[in-house]
Design a protein around this ligand. Structure first.
Ligand code: MLT
Length: 270
């Protein structure tokens, strides 16, 4: 991976291919490797930038407020700085692809930097803020993760991220997700949980999105269910909605071929 210096620290990132820049934002508590299958295919059509957000994968946490963590807006600012910092620098409008927490960050990127956007893809994410119960769960994890360790987080989250059938039939996906979560530092997990707990509700913002948009969800996604993602697509004037079969939340890994084909077709159509 390459590394870029931004105002909040260092970001490790993949930069491969040529042409239309496509920025892939991973989910929580994961890293850019959740996009491995898509990166390999997309580089034939585009310039793919796939960072590890601060505190994940090979990117150090850098400056983070221990009380408030890292806001979704701040991660979005990091990504805009990354586009300016890399060589050759990226000033032309990008295709922004967010997955789950990466989608929460993508909404903030769209809001803050609309001129930097050519098209938007939102995978397995939500526009609503957390319920009080979900927020309390995040704050508890942020408080306890140093004591629990990342392995316990992997145990807790695995069955929510992956569909029951994939859990039985795709042990390699289960093992890969677990390994990434176990490698993630407790401090990175806490910073992101605090940021997600405080994220704003973006539902009223959706009609302001005018760029071509693709909304993708796993048929059995229990975290961001298809019905909720369909209603996101319906609120964006220029949006397509695609359900990925045989997949829970982790579409890019549970049914990588279907996600890749969907992304390639969308990018070819804009
Ligand atoms: C993710 O996959 O990024 C997380 O499930 C998002 C969340 O915790 O809301």
């Amino acid at each position: 991976m390459k590394s870029a210096t931004i105002s909040t620290g260092q970001l490790a990132y993949v930069d491969r291919g040529a042409g239309q820049p496509v920025l892939l934002i991973h989910g929580f508590p994961l890293d850019h490797t959740m996009w491995d299958a898509q990166i390999d295919a997309l580089v034939e059509h585009a310039r793919v930038i796939a960072p590890d957000l601060r505190g994940f994968g090979q990117s150090p946490l850098g400056s983070a407020d221990s009380e408030r963590g890292i806001s979704m807006e701040r991660y979005a600012g990091d990504l805009a700085e990354l586009l300016d910092a890399i060589t050759p620098t990226i000033q032309e409008p990008i295709v922004l692809v967010g997955f789950s927490m990466g989608g929460y960050i993508a909404w903030q990127f769209v809001r803050k930097f609309p001129e930097r956007l050519r098209a938007l893809v939102q995978c397995d994410t939500r526009a609503a803020a957390d319920s009080d119960e979900a927020r309390a769960g995040r704050l508890k994890m942020a408080e306890k993760v140093a004591e629990w360790g990342s392995a316990r987080i992997a145990e807790m989250m695995g069955p929510k991220l992956i569909a029951p059938r994939s859990f039985e039939t795709k042990p390699e996906v289960v093992a890969a997700v677990r390994a990434v979560v176990e490698r993630t530092s407790p401090a990175g997990i806490a910073a992101a949980q605090l940021g997600m707990a405080a994220r704003p509700d973006m539902i009223d913002f959706l009609p302001q999105i005018k760029v071509p948009t693709l909304v993708v969800v796993g048929a059995e996604d229990a975290i961001s269910p298809p019905i909720e993602m369909q209603s996101i697509a319906e609120k964006i004037s220029n949006a397509k909605f695609v359900i990925i079969p045989e997949s829970g939340h982790m579409t890019t890994m549970e049914n990588p071929h279907a996600v890749t084909q969907t992304l390639v077709a969308f990018i070819g159509s804009i």
